[in-house]
Ligand binder design. Structure first.
Ligand code: PXP
Length: 251
């Protein structure tokens, strides 16, 4: 199978969403399925480069025990998405994921809605980035393709940015083209400032080719589409299908 230059982080939150829908109150039950670990191992077997999970303050899907189990068991990298709170930071410092992606978090949102306002919270984010980096974790900021946010991310010491592709994914035609131009400018600036450029949110095998105009992409984090496809073709095939499209990216 063709090897993409781009790395793929598979977000398996929604495998756990399914488990929680039925077994939230009886996670110890031998019937509690689907298994988060099996999902991670299937994704790895198909060629995923990392496993991404979002430990939310409301614990709506991934649980603390899931994160610890993944940390002990996966053979690729663990990428933990987290809001900037003391509680989750303490967990991240104990678990030591390979990567952390700092995200904004709203209790009412269905999924992460906008990018993080790094420019507006420099001091608290700088402290979090330092604590995590000193502990051996590379830190990314999930931001809208906004040049001030890119500059602020570099300034507070982040190693990476993950460009929010939600607006790109949810529009077509001229609006999508305009968003691609914003993504290009953000990627160019981030690269010039020494940041690794990642992207994620709403990406599918259908919309990825439109993203290929964006330079310097290193890693994509993709969840909903892969897990949705997995319902029909299985998780391994869904990850392979994504990697096949990703192999067509040329920086
Ligand atoms: N990256 C970040 C920071 C996210 O919050 C999410 C959604 O959890 C994703 C990537 C994956 O988005 P999607 O599930 O739409 O592929």
């Amino acid at each position: 199978m063709p090897q993409p230059h781009l790395l793929l982080g598979v977000n398996i939150d929604h495998v756990v969403t399914l488990r929680q829908a039925r077994y939230r109150a009886m996670l110890e039950s031998p019937n509690a399925e689907p298994s988060v670990l099996q999902a991670a191992l299937e994704a790895e077997a198909a060629g995923a480069h990392s496993i991404t999970v979002h430990l939310r303050a409301d614990r709506r899907h991934i649980q603390d025990a899931d994160v610890r189990l993944l940390r002990q068991s996966i053979s690729t990298k663990l990428n933990l998405e987290m809001g900037n709170t003391r509680e989750i930071l303490d967990i991240a410092l104990a678990v030591r994921p390979d990567f952390v992606c700092m995200v904004p978090e709203n209790r009412e949102e269905v999924t992460t809605e906008g990018g993080l306002d790094v420019a507006g919270q420099r001091d608290s984010l700088r402290a979090t980035v330092k604590a995590l980096s000193d502990n051996g974790t590379r830190v990314s900021m999930f931001i809208d393709p906004d040049l001030d946010q890119v500059r602020a991310s570099a300034e507070i010491g982040a190693a990476m940015i993950e460009l929010h592709t939600g607006t790109f994914a949810n529009h077509s035609g001229a609006e999508r083209e305009a968003e691609v131009r914003r993504l290009c400018a953000a990627a160019e600036l981030g690269h010039a400032l020494g940041l690794q450029i990642n992207a994620g949110h709403g990406l599918t095998t259908r919309n990825l080719p439109d993203l290929w105009a964006v330079p310097h992409l290193a890693e994509l984090n993709i969840g909903h589409h892969i897990v949705s496809r997995a319902v029909f073709i299985g998780l391994r095939a869904a990850v392979r299908e994504m990697l096949t499209v990703m192999a067509t990216y040329r920086d």
